[in-house]
Ligand binder design. Structure first.
Ligand code: LLP
Length: 429
C-alpha cells in the first residue's frame, strides 16, 4: 500500500510515522490506519460513478468492514453513503450525525426493534431479505405512518469463486430471495400491493474478495433483466440497482486485484447494454465496498514474546495479540504478510509461524511465512488488517481489544481507545 514506507533507520513507516515510535507511544497490540489511503479509495469509487454512470449513483461504505464513530465521520466527509447491518452499526452512524437518508440498512434477520429504530432514524433504504421481513416492515411502517424505500436482496445464483464461508450469491445461502424458485417474484408481487413500503429497486452481493470481473458482469445482467421482467409482469417501477461490494484486495504479494476502474467500466457497459436491450432507463447505481476501502489502509503492530523453535518442524513466534484482534486466519485461513518493523529494509530470511496468546492451538495469524530474523521484544507489523479485524475482534480469554490510531498529515490520533480490564467487567453483575 502507498502509505507504507521504510525510513532511513530501516523502520517501517505508515502515513509518514515510524511504527516503532507508534508502538512505543500507544502500546501494542495496536491497529494503525492511514486516513489518506481511505479517502483516496473513496474518491476512486465516487469518481468512477461520475465517469461511468454520469454521477447517477452512490457509493455506500460497508461499515461491517470497520465501524466506529470516526470512520463514519470520514465517510460523511468523503460524500459516501453507509451500509449498516445492525442496530449497533446504525447507532454508531447516528451518534455522529451521519445523514440517515444516506444509510442503507441490510441484514437477513432484522429484529422488530431494529426496524423500528431505523424507521425512527429515517434510514434511506431498507434492503429487505425475505418475505417475513417484508410483512413485518410493512406493519411497523404503517404503525408509524411511514413508507420506507425498499430494495430486495436477490440471489442472482452466481458462484464468485471465493472462500466458501464468504460466498453469498448462490442458491444455498441464508441471504436473499431466490430467482429460480419464484420467491423473488412473489416478493415483488406482494410488495407492489403493500401500502407501507415503496419498492424502488433491487440489490445483490455475490461474495467477497473477488478478483474476476466476469461474475460482477453476469450479476449485473441477471439483475437488470429481473428488474425489466418485474416491470413487465407486475408493473413494478424499479429505478435503483445496488450491486453490492466484494472487490478483492492484495493481502500478500502476487495477488492481483482488478483495478476499480476496469471493473466499473466493464460492469457499467453490461448494465447499459442490458438496459437498452430491455428498453429500460439506466437505474441509479449503488455500490457497497467495504474491504477495498479500508483493508490496505491498516496494519497491526504487535510485540514479539516467546520464540519457540521446534527443530525440523517449525518456529512459533508468539505475539501479544492474536485471534482476538484478527480471527481471519483461524476462520478462513486468510493470507497475511508480516515484517519485523525495525528491519523493514532487510530481506526476509526466516520462515515462521506467527501465533497469538490465546489458549487455543488454532490461534495463529499466519503459518510458514517469510520474515526477517526475529526475537523477543521486536515489533511485528502485519499488513492489510484494516478490514474485518477490529470489526470481528473478540474478548476471548478476556483479552482487551487493542486501540486504533488514525494518521492524518503525519499526526497519529487515537480513534478507539484500548480496552481496559475495567471495560471487560463493566457489564458483569
Ligand atoms: N454488501 C453486502 C450486502 C455484504 O454482505 C458485504 C459483505 C459487503 C457489501 C461488503 O463486502 P466487501 O466489499 O467488504 O467484500 N468477514 C469476512 C467478510 C464478510 C463479508 C460479508 N459481506 C472476511 O473477513 O473476509
Amino acid at each position: 500500500s502507498d502509505c507504507l514506507n521504510v525510513n532511513l533507520r530501516g523502520h517501517l513507516t505508515i502515513g509518514g510515522c515510524d511504527t516503532l515510535e507508534l508502538a512505543e507511544q500507544f502500546g501494542t497490540p495496536l491497529y494503525v490506519m492511514d486516513e489518506a489511503t481511505i479517502t483516496q479509495n473513496c474518491r476512486k469509487y465516487v469518481e468512477s460513478i461520475g465517469t461511468y454512470y454520469n454521477s447517477r449513483g452512490r457509493v455506500y461504505y460497508a461499515s461491517k468492514a470497520f465501524c466506529c464513530k470516526e470512520i463514519c465521520r470520514i465517510m460523511e466527509n468523503a460524500g459516501m453513503g453507509l451500509d449498516v447491518v445492525s442496530g449497533g452499526e446504525l447507532y454508531t452512524a447516528m451518534s455522529v450525525g451521519f445523514p440517515a437518508d444516506r444509510i442503507c440498512f441490510h441484514g437477513n434477520n432484522k429484529t422488530p426493534g431494529e426496524i423500528n429504530y431505523a424507521l425512527d432514524c429515517g434510514v434511506g433504504r431498507f434492503v429487505v431479505d425475505n418475505l417475513t421481513e417484508l410483512a413485518l416492515l410493512n406493519t411497523l411502517a404503517l404503525a408509524r405512518n411511514k413508507k420506507p424505500s425498499v430494495l430486495f436482496r436477490i440471489k442472482p445464483g452466481i458462484d464468485a469463486h471465493t472462500h466458501n464461508f464468504i460466498r453469498t450469491g448462490q442458491i444455498d445461502s441464508k441471504f436473499g430471495l431466490a430467482l429460480e424458485t419464484g420467491e423473488a417474484e412473489e416478493a415483488v408481487r406482494q410488495a407492489v400491493a403493500l401500502p407501507g413500503v415503496s419498492l424502488t429497486g433491487m440489490h445483490c452481493h455475490i461474495g467477497s474478495q473477488i478478483f474476476d470481473i466476469a461474475p460482477f458482469e453476469l450479476a449485473a445482467e441477471v439483475m437488470v433483466n429481473f428488474m425489466a421482467d418485474m416491470r413487465d409482469r407486475h408493473g413494478a417501477d424499479l429505478t435503483e440497482l445496488n450491486l453490492g461490494g466484494g472487490f478483492g484486495i492484495q493481502y500478500v504479494p502476487g495477488q492481483n486485484p482488478v483495478p476499480y476502474d476496469r471493473y466499473m467500466q466493464a460492469v457499467s457497459e453490461t448494465v447499459k447494454k442490458t438496459c437498452e436491450a430491455r428498453d429500460m432507463e439506466t437505474p441509479f447505481i449503488m455500490l457497497e465496498p467495504g474491504r477495498s476501502i479500508v483493508a490496505s489502509a491498516g496494519i497491526t503492530l504487535y510485540t514479539v514474546g516467546a520464540v519457540k523453535d521446534i527443530p525440523g518442524v517449525r518456529t512459533y513466534v508468539s505475539v501479544d495479540g492474536g485471534m482476538g484482534d484478527n480471527p481471519r486466519y483461524a476462520l478462513y485461513q486468510a493470507e497475511y504478510a508480516a515484517v519485523v518493523a525495525g528491519k523493514a529494509a532487510e530481506k526476509p530470511t526466516e520462515t515462521v509461524t506467527i501465533a497469538g496468546k490465546c489458549c487455543e492451538s488454532g490461534d495463529l495469524i499466519q503459518e510458514h511465512t517469510a520474515i526477517q530474523p526475529v526475537q523477543a521484544g521486536d515489533i511485528l507489523a502485519v499488513f492489510a488488517t484494516g478490514a474485518y479485524n477490529y470489526s470481528m475482534a473478540s474478548n476471548y480469554n478476556r483479552i482487551p481489544r487493542p486501540a486504533t490510531v488514525m494518521i492524518r498529515d503525519r499526526q497519529p490520533r487515537v480513534i478507539i481507545r484500548r480496552e481496559s480490564f475495567e471495560d471487560l467487567v463493566r457489564n458483569d453483575v
